[in-house]
Design a protein around this ligand. Structure first.
Ligand SMILES: Cc1cc2nc3c(=O)[nH]c(=O)nc-3n(C[C@H](O)[C@H](O)[C@H](O)COP(=O)(O)OP(=O)(O)OC[C@H]3O[C@@H](n4cnc5c(N)ncnc54)[C@H](O)[C@@H]3O)c2cc1C
Length: 435
């Protein structure tokens, strides 16, 4: 049975979260820059953020994505879909609820692969919101093909020594530790060459070459580190997961992260649609409201359909996860990743266009939302790579045609059907009446 209803208990939480986000979190978006998001030393934002986080904790919603065992509210993925959609309307929503990327994904892999000592040292403070973290994997030469990565670590006595560069290591400058993907087994098969290491950021030898920013930020003033690891030494026990198991660790992290991004993207796209609709009934041109022009109506209809299609796709994926169908859900998570970036780009672009000069200005959140949408098609692997993986997986189940023509070749189907009917007891020939 397919049931889209929302239980009264969840609805009560959704109503509270929606009111809380609109009234108390969105004002943070209006005042504080992205650069303050992960900066624990940014006093003004923390003075507002901390009390909001306390309210979330008091409501039992802290660490939104976490299971009961890990101290979270234990929501299923379908429930998280509805909640994350609301959080996705804001930049400060996720951090207020303790489920911000990349910390949420990093926490998930620590929970899955961490030793008891690693969990105590890194996971506990991370989940309490006391520290931030970084996932340092991409390299300058190309992020879409991780088998090319060069940053390496060698075991010297009881220490790993890391040497090399990484690119776009988000939030490294504010993080207490980074999970760094390093080449440790150069002679193994390509997908068994890499391992992940836990690297406290106070370790000597970590040199941030530049903090790369988004187009709205000044050069060098962004949040994504271009970093050099100059013989950075960490204890052997900082290996996260198995030697050569770096891809397994990265994949398990990115899977959860991608679906949560997709859920939040529904909220981003719906916010752009809301802005379009308000504008359509507020502004008049040639004697009628924008929304009374048919081309505007079709644009709004198309955008709404795209948002609802995306939500259905994400809900189905979330349902698969809730059923424990992790293998099957991988394909669907890839589909969500592809579609959420496209829908967010399409709807945000249409909204910017409908708001005219204001839409492309820096006086609405739309330009920032468009950059986020574009980033979503690249971060955690570009759209094309996910499309390729989906196509390849689907084709595994495909069978070649038995003969020279496709199975759906109509003349052959008709001949086979006629033969089958002639063999049937009533002997009625389907062509009898037309002869
Ligand atoms: C906002 C943001 C945050 C990020 N945060 C992190 C982070 O915290 N840690 C981290 O390690 N990395 C991070 N990244 C990096 C991200 O993972 C990479 O950008 C991504 O993997 C793509 O790598 P690339 O940028 O080198 O692009 P490239 O690999 O150079 O790809 C560029 C383009 O080439 C095309 N392309 C690539 N491969 C194929 C293919 N097989 N078939 C067809 N076309 C293809 C696509 O159009 C693609 O967009 C972040 C990126 C962004 C935008």
């Amino acid at each position: 049975m397919t049931d889209f209803s929302i239980s009264p208990a969840l609805q009560e939480k959704l109503d509270w979260i929606r009111a809380f986000i609109d009234r108390e979190v969105l004002p943070m978006d209006a005042v504080f820059e992205n650069s303050a998001l992960y900066n624990a030393g940014h006093a003004a934002s923390r003075a507002v953020l901390k009390p909001l986080q306390e309210k979330v904790k008091a409501k039992g919603l802290w660490g939104l994505h976490l299971t009961h065992e890990l101290g979270g509210p234990g929501f299923g993925s379908v429930e998280l879909c509805h909640i994350n959609e609301i959080l996705g309307r804001t930049r400060w929503g996720p951090i207020t609820f303790g489920c911000q990327a990349p910390d949420s994904g990093n926490g998930e892999i620590l929970a899955r692969y961490g030793t008891p000592g690693q969990k105590q040292k890194f996971l506990g403070p991370l989940q309490a919101g006391e520290i931030y973290s970084c996932f340092s994997m991409t390299e300058v030469e190309g992020g879409s093909d991780p088998t090319q990565f060069l940053c390496k670590a060698t075991l010297e006595g009881d220490e790993w020594v890391i040497e090399g560069e990484k690119w776009f290591s988000s939030n490294l400058r504010f993080a207490s530790f980074a999970i760094v993907m390093v080449l440790t087994e150069p002679d193994a098969s390509p997908h068994r060459r890499f391992s992940t290491l836990l690297v406290p950021t106070e370790t000597p030898g970590i040199e941030i070459i530049r903090n790369v920013g988004m187009p709205i930020e000044e050069i060098g003033g962004g949040g994504h580190a271009y970093v050099r690891y100059n013989k950075v030494r960490v204890p052997a026990e900082n290996l996260l997961g198995e030697r050569g198991g770096g891809f397994d660790v990265a994949q398990s992290r990115l899977g959860g992260g991608r679906i949560h991004h997709a859920m939040r993207t529904i909220g981003l796209a719906r916010r752009a649609l809301d802005m379009m609709m308000e504008r359509a009934v507020s502004r008049t041109t040639r004697g009628k409201r924008l929304g009374d022009h048919q081309l505007v109506q079709t644009d709004i209809a198309e955008c709404w359909i795209k948002v609802e299609e995306l939500k259905l796709l994400v809900l189905k994926t979330a349902w698969l996860l809730d059923q424990g169908k992790d293998d099957e859900s991988r394909l669907w998570i890839g589909a969500c990743k592809v579609r959420c970036a496209q829908v967010a780009m399409d709807v945000t672009t249409k909204a910017m266009h409908l708001l005219g000069s204001l839409g492309v200005s820096n006086e609405t959140p739309l330009a920032l939302m468009l950059i986020n949408a574009l980033s979503m098609g690249i971060a955690d692997g570009p759209t094309e790579v996910h499309q390729m993986q989906i196509g390849r997986n689907l084709l595994k189940a495909a069978e070649p045609a038995a003969g020279r023509f496709p199975t759906e070749h109509l003349p052959a189907q008709r001949a086979a059907a006629l033969e089958q009917f002639e063999k049937q007891a009533n002997g009625l020939h389907p062509d009898a009446e037309t002869r």
